[in-house]
Design a protein around this ligand. Structure first.
Ligand code: NDP
Length: 485
């Protein structure tokens, strides 16, 4: 058996690379790396296609997205299998959190783009402009570059692809090197939707370029008009610098260290299930995972018992097998990060209640689901993104202390507060770094703000689908003169 690590050979950096199933180590496929010229060609094709695509009435573009949603639902099983084989996540998660979220986003963009992009009358009261009428309209920007990560290889790029396309843009997507097949299947499915809508003009407005980090760099330096990058803080910083050098507008969707607060009157069975699900789903490799859990001291010990019990029942293994709750981590490198943070916390006095170690008998990328306490905010486990199946729990004594703990982070994606509705929870306003706040943990809604800021210091995002169409458009003002009579 292969080591199960995603290995790129030396020559891979020039011309090709392989993908591996993170659960089994099986080699999945070999790919050619798109060169700088290949990327430039893809951008040029998208630009040419944008000419015919943007001239279609919005209703026709929306019809293509509705067709895409139907094709996604029809092809849900094979798509989910590809996602599971590349990312390791259990099949049911691939189905619900990738395929269905993507279909939902397509339907949402199709149904709401017209109202979001409707031209607006601009009121004014300047007597000098008495006979002038002004209007704000939203024009497509041109070609949008999208660089996406491996953890939600379909739903993350799809939401941006749909919003950019329905607005009338061309799109060039560079997926993670770990999950290229999912992106290629998505591109093929979109092209099929065009065919089925009798839109056979070439080139196509949605292009995918496959490659490594250098291919991503080539996209940042290419002739695109705006970029959305979703990935780690470290790469996001590099992308921001490269984009700034060429004054390219860029949206960054980076990492998180999301807090979950459990108040003293919370339903403990529900809250403990949410904590386990929120921290273990996709083996904890979700930007809005529960990465820190703060529990009122009066219920702390009962909460821990429930979490420990629920974690002990998780079925760990190959995500393609029925009944698997928790798959492997994406790579050995990711496993090393998780291992290092847990070991460091343990050395500093933390208590591991369950898990806390790799599971080499299952494969090199498996890590045991872990419940850990006796922590403080000096530990990297409580400060840095873990991205693994780890639930760190700390007690608090007052709601104010919980808010202080939750806010003690440089990240700011989402948070959740658990309590009975009879007692108002700490206001989301009291969690200033939290840009998306919920009373539950759930798959993302295309209609709700979810993917937002990079970090509280570098918040650059915007709500997902509600205004996503607007961020892929250039607001332009036109003025007309109408004299009375
Ligand atoms: P990375 O930052 O490693 O990679 C993200 C993408 O950038 C990949 O396609 C990668 O290609 C590409 N890339 C790498 N180097 C460069 C470069 N120099 N220039 C341009 N592109 C480059 O992130 P991961 O794929 O590991 O994703 C996990 C991270 O994503 C986590 O931190 C997670 O929190 C974050 N994330 C944030 C979300 C949000 O909405 N805020 C949602 C989901 C994830 P390649 O893979 O080929 O190296």
């Amino acid at each position: 058996m292969d080591s199960g690590i995603h290995i790129v050979g030396k020559s891979g950096y020039r011309d090709g690379f392989s993908t591996f199933n993170p659960a089994t180590g099986e080699t999945l496929a070999n790919y050619q790396v798109a060169s700088v010229d290949d990327v430039a060609d893809a951008v040029a094709r998208a630009r040419l296609a944008q000419l015919w695509w943007s001239r279609l009435p919005l209703l026709r573009r929306a019809a293509v997205l509705r067709r895409v949603a139907k094709l996604l639902c029809d092809a849900r099983e094979p798509l989910a299998r590809t996602i599971t084989s590349e990312s390791g996540k259990p099949l049911q998660e691939a189905l619900l959190n990738d395929v269905m979220v993507a279909a939902d986003a397509a339907v949402f963009c199709a149904g709401n783009a017209a109202s979001v992009l409707r031209p607006q009358h601009i009121p004014h009261s300047n007597p000098a402009l008495r006979f002038k009428r002004s209007q704000l309209s939203f024009e497509p920007l041109g070609v949008i570059g999208i660089i996406s990560p491996w953890n939600y290889p379909l739903s993350i790029p799809a939401a941006d692809v749909f919003a950019a396309l329905v607005t009338g843009n061309g799109v060039v997507l560079k997926p993670s090197e770990l999950t290229p097949q999912t992106a290629l299947d998505f591109e093929a499915l979109f092209n099929r939707a065009l065919d089925e809508e009798a839109l056979t003009a070439l080139p196509r407005p949605f292009q995918v370029v496959i490659g490594l980090g250098l291919t991503g760099q080539a996209l940042v330096s290419s002739d695109i008009d705006k970029l959305i990058f979703t990935g780690s803080v470290a790469t996001g910083r590099r992308v921001a610098v490269a984009a700034a050098n060429r004054l390219l507008p860029v949206v960054l969707e980076l990492g998180g260290k999301d807090a979950m607060v459990v108040l003293d009157d919370a339903d403990l069975d529900t809250a403990s299930s949410a904590a386990v699900w929120g921290s273990m789903m996709n083996a904890g490799q979700t930007c809005i995972s529960v990465e820190r859990c703060y529990v009122h001291r009066s219920i702390y010990s009962r909460f821990l018992t429930l979490c420990r019990d629920k974690i002990s029942k998780l079925n760990i293994g190959d995500g393609s097998l029925p009944g698997t709750d928790l798959g492997p981590l994406i790579s050995l490198a990711q496993l090393q990060i998780v291992k290092k943070q847990v070991e460091e916390a343990r050395i500093l006095g933390a208590t591991v209640h369950i898990g806390g170690e790799p599971l080499p008998n299952l494969g090199p990328n498996f890590y045991a689901p872990t419940l850990i306490t006796d922590l403080d905010h000096s530990m990297s486990l409580m400060r840095e993104e873990t991205f693994g199946p780890v639930l760190p729990v700390m007690p608090f004594s007052t709601d104010d202390e919980a808010v202080l703990f939750a806010n003690d982070s440089e990240f700011g994606l989402s948070a959740s507060v658990w309590g009975r509705t009879a007692t108002p929870p700490p206001s989301p306003v009291a969690l200033p770094q939290v840009l998306s706040w919920s009373m539950t943990s759930s798959p993302p809604l295309p209609s709700a703000p979810h993917r937002t800021a990079a970090s509280r210091r570098a918040a650059s995002g915007a709500p997902m689908a509600v205004s996503a169409c607007r961020r892929w458009s250039a607001p332009s003002t036109s003025m007309s003169i109408s004299f009375p009579g």
